[in-house]
Design a protein around this ligand. Structure first.
Ligand SMILES: Cc1cc2nc3c(=O)[nH]c(=O)nc-3n(C[C@H](O)[C@H](O)[C@H](O)COP(=O)(O)O)c2cc1C
Length: 126
């Protein structure tokens, strides 16, 4: 497992939204979430989101657990200019009970469950 730290953690803290990509029978499937709803579980190897809908994402993850997240912000310095983006690659599942659901329901009591992403690798784009 890899860890979200350094510049990628800064980007996660600043990103307005998160792009979520899973693999479905017809190819890549896109969903999204608000950056401020994403919670990094210390020490940074797991990320969780509250889940309301995400029905296709859930189906896709049951068949193929690979998931990719993209976060970005102009407020974080890139290597050449202001702005950095990160891709977080890992495995995901949507769970309906347990510690991660308890965690997301602290702030989002409406959540039917939690999207739990185990971080496999993190890379910067800019
Ligand atoms: C910026 C943004 C924020 C979103 N916030 C939520 C949210 O708080 N809760 C939720 O269930 N879906 C949220 N969604 C919608 C999910 O991405 C949506 O459930 C998804 O498009 C449909 O899921 P599915 O295609 O996997 O069935 C958000 C989408 C975007 C683009």
């Amino acid at each position: 497992m890899a860890k979200i730290d350094g510049v990628c953690r800064e980007v996660c803290d600043a990103t307005e939204y998160v792009t979520i990509v899973t693999n479905g029978p017809e190819g890549p499937h896109l969903a999204g979430h608000w950056g401020s709803y994403m919670r990094i579980v210390e020490p940074g190897e797991v990320v969780v989101f509250p889940v309301g809908r995400f029905q296709r994402t859930e189906q896709n993850l049951r068949a193929n657990g690979r998931i990719q997240l993209m976060v970005a912000s102009r407020k974080v310095q890139g290597t050449r200019s202001p702005g950095q983006g990160c891709v977080i690659d890992g495995t995901g599942e949507i769970v309906a009970a347990g510690e991660h659901v308890d965690l997301v329901r602290e702030k989002f009591p409406w959540a039917r469950g939690a999207l739990v992403v185990r971080v496999g690798s993190v890379s910067t784009q800019l």
